[in-house]
Design a protein around this ligand. Structure first.
Ligand SMILES: Cc1cc2nc3c(=O)[nH]c(=O)nc-3n(C[C@H](O)[C@H](O)[C@H](O)COP(=O)(O)OP(=O)(O)OC[C@H]3O[C@@H](n4cnc5c(N)ncnc54)[C@H](O)[C@@H]3O)c2cc1C
Length: 496
């Protein structure tokens, strides 16, 4: 978009601003978006219609210029970016379904689930933006910054023409620019097969994690359903509680979306050595209950059943689109479609984090990424684009990580990072103990790399490799006798 008036963007779209689509569609990374010319903010538009007039006093929010819906990871980082630009005080309002100020959600299946005698994390310890070394934004921080907050009151409706929102409690909110940061919700097993029985848990927020902890205090047999990030993290936690733990999943191995069979085998062995039982290729028929209705077992399609008094389901998540469906969804990946600056098809409305379907420039495809690094970066990019003359396209490098067995006294802390794209052939170096690395190579180029238990310097090399995609000599890489040597070969290929 050619910016004819950068000052306009410094203030975002004013609630009194007329914003007419040019009706021209420009293409970006395969995404067609309407481009908009902005009128200066704060100037009542001549085309403002009396028909739309609602007395300002009818609105529940005092800060109306910018409204963020959602109080999770991306909302917290967006708030920080507003503050950094001096555009929060008296202007920004956050409306959240949760009872807490934004926090670093990944902690919920990591330090939050440490056994109670191993110093588990609790709020306010992990409010955003501590995950990236930033300030701890407690509820007081929002007050001090002049940011208005509404907690435990989800937005249930939007009137795009009037630029208003309605909440579950019946509040009417006004916005100038709107940022949708509603994240995702945990996928559930159907009620008819027992997905809602007492003792069955899903983990998305602090309330869910607290409910799981109160079950774990009484539990003896835990079944974790799902072999992805959540399942692996929960199983690692429940064995630390010394609970009989079984993880079951339909795939052939753990984290099938990313791990190679050989890499997964190393993690599976470590889990088994630490007391986790693994049942692969298993599909659930139903969850059984006793006469009190509490879960007692997980029945599998093959007729067998596994006893359980606590079941944790980690089978993925769905974008929390809620009332924002009308902004335009992406049919393939779900979520609200945005361009490289997180603008939806409606002028003045943006979507960030898990709920956004954005152009992944590096790989020329539309993606929805449910990871905290994207939540943080998309928030920062979107708000900078909104408040400044920055019109650069978001250029995200996929980054995933997990950390397990990190509690005090653990036999070994496990921490891996992955950058890039897991496509092509793989070369694996190392025996897991003490570390292991996997390189993905396609058409001679290094596309992705995963490292377990790297040093800080080694981890810093990974994004450089995945971003540059250097040509690598596969045979030379395969001949490396250690992870360190393999990383040196990869590093040298950056200079070629
Ligand atoms: C248990 C767990 C562990 C994770 N671990 C990792 C990890 O190790 N590494 C990693 O990279 N990523 C991890 N993730 C993913 C990461 O936390 C998410 O990608 C990130 O939180 C997304 O940020 P977000 O702001 O888009 O959504 P969220 O952080 O989910 O925030 C969305 C917020 O919007 C609120 N909301 C929803 N609908 C409405 C509405 N209608 N009105 C008002 N508010 C609404 C929600 O209640 C929530 O507060 C994990 C996620 C979970 C659940």
């Amino acid at each position: 978009m050619a910016l004819s008036n950068p000052t306009t963007l410094k203030h975002g779209l004013s609630m009194w601003c007329n914003h007419q689509p040019m009706n021209s569609a420009s293409s970006l990374g395969g995404l067609k978006m309407n481009r908009v010319h902005f009128q200066p903010s704060f100037v009542p538009s001549r085309s403002f219609s009396r028909r739309n007039y609602v007395a300002a006093s009818s609105f529940a929010n005092e800060n109306r210029e910018f409204v963020i819906v959602g109080g999770g990871n991306s909302a917290g980082y967006a708030a920080r970016t507003f503050v950094e630009h001096g555009m929060a005080n008296g202007k920004l309002c956050i409306v959240s379904k949760e009872a807490f100020a934004p926090y670093e959600r990944p902690a919920l299946t990591k330090a939050y689930l440490f056994p109670l005698d191993k110093k588990p994390a609790r709020l306010p310890g992990f409010h955003t933006c501590v995950g990236s070394g930033g300030e701890r934004q407690t509820p007081d921080w929002y007050k001090e910054q002049g940011i208005e907050t509404f907690y435990e009151d989800p937005v249930t409706g939007i009137d795009i023409e009037k630029q208003t929102l309605t909440t579950n409690s019946g509040k009417l909110l006004k916005y100038g620019s709107l940022i949708v940061a509603t994240g995702a919700t945990a996928s559930r097993l159907p009620d008819k097969i027992g997905g809602n029985l007492p003792g069955v848990h899903y983990i998305r927020d602090v309330a869910d994690a607290d409910s799981l902890i109160s079950s774990l205090e009484k539990a003896s047999k835990v079944v974790v359903v799902g072999g992805g990030y959540i399942g692996m993290e929960v199983a690692a936690a429940t064995v630390a509680w010394k609970l009989d733990t079984t993880i079951i999943f339909p795939e052939e191995h753990l984290l099938q979306r990313l791990f190679t069979p050989s890499l997964a085998q190393k993690y599976e062995q470590f889990y088994q050595e630490n007391g986790v039982k693994i049942v692969k290729g298993a599909s659930i028929k139903s969850l059984e209950a006793n006469s009190d209705g509490h879960v007692t077992a997980v029945r599998l399609d093959n007729g067998s059943s596994i006893e359980a008094d606590t079941v944790v389901i980690g089978i993925g998540a769905k974008p929390a689109v809620g009332p924002f469906e009308k902004l335009g969804l992406n049919k393939n990946v779900g979520g609200i479609q945005v361009d490289g600056q997180f603008r939806t098809s409606v002028p003045g409305i943006f979507a960030i984090g898990d709920v956004s379907a954005f152009p992944l420039k590096m790989y020329n495809r539309i993606a929805r990424v449910e990871h905290v690094d994207h939540a943080r970066r998309s928030a920062q990019h979107c708000i900078k684009a909104l408040l400044t003359a920055n019109t650069s396209t978001y250029d995200y490098l996929p980054y995933f990580y997990s950390r397990v067995f990190e509690y005090e006294g653990s036999p070994r802390k496990i921490w891996w990072q992955f950058f890039g794209d897991n496509v092509g052939e793989t070369v694996e170096i190392g025996k897991f103990d003490p570390k292991v690395a996997t390189f993905w190579i396609e058409s001679g180029k290094l596309k992705g790399v995963l490292l377990e238990s790297g040093s800080p310097e080694e981890f810093q090399l990974l994004p450089k490799l995945a971003r540059s995609q250097p040509n690598v000599d596969k045979a030379k890489l395969q001949s490396a006798s250690s992870v360190e040597e393999a990383l040196e070969i990869a590093r040298a290929s950056l200079q070629d």
